[in-house]
Design a protein around this ligand. Sequence first.
Ligand code: ZN
Ligand code: ZN
Length: 411
Amino acid sequence: MPKQDLLKKFAALAVQVGANVQPDQEVWVNATTDTVELARLIVEAAYDAGAKKVSVNWSDDYVSHSGYLHRTIENLQDIPEWFIQKYQTFVDAGGCVISISSPIPGLNQDVDPEKLQKAGIASMRALHFYREHMMGNRAQWTIVAAPNPVWAKRVFPDLDEADAVEALWDAILQASRVTKDNDPIAEWAKHNERLLAHNKILNDHQFKSLHFQNSAGTDLIVELVENHVWAGGGEHNTQGVYFNPNIPTEENFTMPYKFGTQGKVVATKPLNYQGNLIEDFWLEFKDGQVVDYDAKKQKQALKNLLEFDEGSSYLGEVALISHDSPISNANILFFNTLFDENASCHLALGRAYPMNVQGGTNMTPDELAKLGSNNSMAHSDFMFGSADMNIVGTKQDGSTVQIFKDGNFVI
Ligand code: ZN
Ligand code: ZN
């Protein structure tokens, strides 16, 4: 365990920079039974920031796993009214959310994929309003991470369990810019400034499309929606409160035009989907939709993702990350999207973020769809960046600008 004061700094970062908890606001903390220590520190830090009431939604992935094994598909799809009402009450109270991510890789490998799929769809349908509320930035939300023994052993297989957990804590804190000697809150102010500078350059160009090429076999053209907005770093909620959805974050990202992606993309890191690790995969796009694909491992899980709903075989996000970034340089495969997506350029299958188009957060789903914004109940990021990635942007007038050369920003 790192020193208690290091974890306290991390908790304060989650509360003040992550969710930016406001005086008299209600706070939800989503935590697992593996993350009790950090959860308690976050609760305390949230009250320090003036929260009115802080509640923890505890979960235990092993309990959920038993449920998937023993409950019927019908039973898994039965979401009780009181559960939905709990979310509605929280939304009405204007609360903000701090989630501690601590996934257990491979845990659901022995579960019938159809059960995971159907249970996932039922839960997302029932809580659609909540997801719209949060993804539309109507309240602040943030995700931080904490280790669990299984995850730590997956990342550091050669260490014994206690050392692996310790090493994963170190890596998480390092990636989150929390060190013994620094003031992480001041550090994040500087980091946000750098990300905002790239957003501005990219927004001023208003590229029609981006062309990605590398030696792994990626040759992909991603058209962007008109009036797209590059975002990254902090965001404002609809009441103007500045917050950081992800800690860490290194990405500048925007909205692809739903029907405008052509060519092949080869993933450069595995994708963890519903507890299954999809490895060595590629996707071929035509007019925005995946028309062919393969994976050396867990092809069935990839199929489940692509067939999750109508929008899950189209893109909802394109993100640029310099290969020369702290997470990438640490050269650790975290088996966790929160970290791995920040090591490398990535795309997301599924829902687009309304904030990535001008005026988007005030539009209805129909208005967004008309602009070519993808809608889906899925949103899964996968990495395809590399040290030799080249990206060329084509502007509305046909002129081109080199954006990445050999893996890094050159604008
Ligand atoms: Zn992203
Ligand atoms: Zn994403």
